[in-house]
Design a binder for this molecule. Structure first.
Ligand code: ADP
Length: 446
C-alpha cells in the first residue's frame, strides 16, 4: 500500500502541475490571439453595432471584453468593472505592444486572465482591446483531470488493499493449517494430515509435514508391534519357568529323575530367554547404527573352519552330513571376523534346525571382486509367499515349531543387518519339502 501511495502521490502532483501550466498557457494564447484579432479588425470606436457584435462574440466564447480609448478610459465592456489602465500599461500599448494583465472584477471579485492589444487606426494609437477569460476556465479541465486522478488513486488503493488481503489470506491459510496439524502431531494425533496443499514451497513444506506424520505413525506402529512380540515371546518361557518352579517348590514330583527333568527344562527356558534378550539387544544396537565393528582383512576360509567345528555336535545329533566345497585361493574380505562367524552360525543352525534328513551344503567361491558363500539344505523349505518376510523380526513360518526347536525368530533379522552393515548382500530361494538356499556375497579386499 505504501508503495502504491509513494508512486501515486508525486505522480499526481507532477501531473497536476503539468496540466495547470498547459491549460494556463493555452488560455493565455487564446485570449492573446482574440484580442489581437479584435483590435486589428475594429474600424471605429464609436460604431455601436460593431461593438455589440464583439460583445456577442465574447458572450458565445465565454469571454469578457473591454475597450479603452487612447487615454486608458474604458469606453465599452461586457459588464465587468475594471480599473483604468496605469501609465506604464498605456505607454506600452501606445508603442504598439500588447500586454498581459490579470484583472479583478470590482463587483464580483472574480479573477480573469487578460490580454490587451493596441487599436491602431491610420497608424495612430486610438485605444486598446482587452479580452478576458475567467481563471476558473483554465483550472476547470485541470480540476477534472485531478478528480479523475484522485478517483483512480482511490480505486488503486482499494484494489491494492483487496489484493493484499486476498494474497495474505491465500498465503496464511495453509500456514495456519500446518501449524494446527503440527500441534496435533505433537499431541500424538498422528492420523492428521495437511489438506489442500498449494503447488509451491509452502505446499512442499506441508507435504514434508505429512510425510513426517506418516513416518512417525509407522514408527509407532512398529514399536507397539515390537513390544507385543517381545511380551508374547517372553510369556511362554516364563510361564514354563513359573510352572516347573512351582512343581519343585511343592514337591509335586515322584522320582529324582523327574525332578532332574524339570530342572533341565528350567535351565533350557532360561537359556532361551537369555538368547532372546541378547538377540534383541544386538538387533536394537544394529538398527540404531550403534554397533561397534572391528573391520579388518579376514580369511573367510579360516572362519568357516571354526564355524564347522562349532556346529559339529548339532549336525551329529541330527545325523546330517555337511558337504563343503571351498575354492582355493579365496581372497580376504574386509569384515568383522566375530560378526561374520555369527552370520554363518545363525544360517547353519537354521539349516540344521529345519532339516530332518539329507545334507547341508556349504560353498565358498570367489568371482571378480566378490567372495560368494552358499548355504543350502535339504529341509522343509519355505513357501514362496513367506520368502519376502523371513528377514523381519519375529517372523516365523511355523510359529510353534520354530519355538520348539529353540528359535527366537530374530536370527535372520540379525543376519541381514550384519551382512548389510559389512557391505555384503544376502538373498534366499527355497522350495517347500526340497530345501532352502541362502546366497551371500562380500566385496574382497582391494
Ligand atoms: P528362528 O529363530 O525362528 O529360526 P529366524 O529369523 O532365524 O528365526 O528365521 C525365521 C523363520 O524362517 C524361521 O522361523 C523359519 O520358519 C524360517 N527359516 C529360516 N531358515 C530356514 C531354513 N533353512 N529352512 C526352512 N525354514 C527356515
Amino acid at each position: 500500500m505504501c508503495l502504491i501511495l509513494a508512486v501515486l502521490l508525486p505522480l499526481g502532483f507532477v501531473a497536476n502541475k503539468i496540466f495547470t501550466n498547459f491549460y494556463y498557457n493555452q488560455t493565455q494564447e487564446e485570449i492573446r490571439e482574440l484580442s489581437q484579432k479584435y483590435a486589428n479588425t475594429i474600424t471605429s470606436l464609436d460604431d455601436e453595432t460593431m461593438i455589440n457584435m464583439y460583445k456577442n462574440l465574447a458572450y458565445f466564447t465565454n469571454k469578457e471584453i473591454y475597450i479603452t480609448d487612447a487615454s486608458g478610459r474604458v469606453i465599452a465592456d461586457t459588464g465587468i468593472q475594471v480599473n483604468p489602465l496605469n501609465n506604464n500599461e498605456l505607454k506600452q500599448l501606445s508603442e504598439g505592444v500588447s500586454i498581459q494583465k490579470n484583472v479583478e472584477d470590482r463587483e464580483t471579485n472574480n479573477i480573469y486572465l487578460g490580454n490587451g492589444h493596441p487599436i491602431m487606426l491610420s497608424n495612430t494609437f486610438q485605444g486598446s482591446f482587452f479580452v478576458l477569460a475567467p481563471v476558473d476556465d483554465a483550472h476547470e479541465p485541470v480540476r477534472k483531470i485531478r478528480d479523475l486522478l484522485i478517483l483512480s488513486a482511490v480505486g488503486a488503493f482499494f484494489l491494492g488493499l483487496g489484493f493484499t488481503f486476498f494474497l495474505a489470506r491465500k498465503m496464511s491459510s495453509p500456514l495456519l493449517e500446518m501449524e494446527r496439524a503440527t500441534r496435533e502431531i505433537a499431541k500424538g494425533n498422528l492420523d492428521i494430515r495437511v489438506n489442500k496443499l498449494p503447488n509451491d514451497e509452502v505446499g512442499s513444506l506441508g507435504a514434508a509435514i505429512n510425510d513426517l506424520a506418516a513416518e512417525t505413525n509407522q514408527y509407532r506402529a512398529n514399536r507397539s508391534e515390537l513390544f507385543a512380540n517381545i511380551s508374547h515371546e517372553l510369556r511362554t518361557p516364563i510361564s514354563y519357568l513359573k510352572g516347573y518352579a512351582n512343581v519343585l517348590k511343592n514337591n509335586l514330583y515322584e522320582t529324582e529323575e523327574e525332578r532332574r527333568q524339570y530342572l533341565i527344562i528350567i535351565e533350557d527356558e532360561s537359556d532361551h530367554i537369555l538368547r532372546l534378550i541378547n538377540d534383541l539387544f544386538d538387533l536394537s544396537k544394529m538398527e540404531e547404527g550403534k554397533i561397534d565393528l572391528q573391520m579388518e582383512a579376514v580369511d573367510i576360509v579360516e572362519i568357516m573352519e571354526t564355524v564347522v567345528l562349532k556346529i559339529g555336535i548339532e549336525l551329529e545329533k541330527k545325523g546330517l552330513r555337511l558337504v563343503t566345497e571351498i575354492d582355493e585361493d579365496i581372497p580376504f574380505i574386509e569384515v568383522d571376523g566375530n560378526r561374520l562367524e555369527q552370520i554363518f552360525i545363525n544360517l547353519l543352525t537354521n539349516a540344521i534346525r529345519y532339516t530332518e534328513k539329507g545334507s547341508i551344503f556349504l560353498k565358498v567361491r570367489s568371482k571378480k571382486n566378490n567372495v560368494y558363500v552358499t548355504i543350502e539344505d535339504t529341509g522343509m523349505g519355505i513357501p514362496k509367499e513367506e520368502l519376502p518376510l523371513i528377514f523381519e523380526r519375529f517372523h516365523r513360518v511355523e510359529k510353534s515349531r520354530s519355538r520348539e526347536l529353540g528359535g527366537t525368530g530374530l536370527g535372520l533379522a540379525i543376519v541381514k543387518n550384519l551382512v548389510e552393515i559389512q557391505h555384503g548382500t544376502i538373498s534366499v530361494s527355497s522350495e517347500v519339502n526340497r530345501g532352502t538356499k541362502f546366497e551371500l556375497s562380500f566385496p574382497k579386499v582391494e
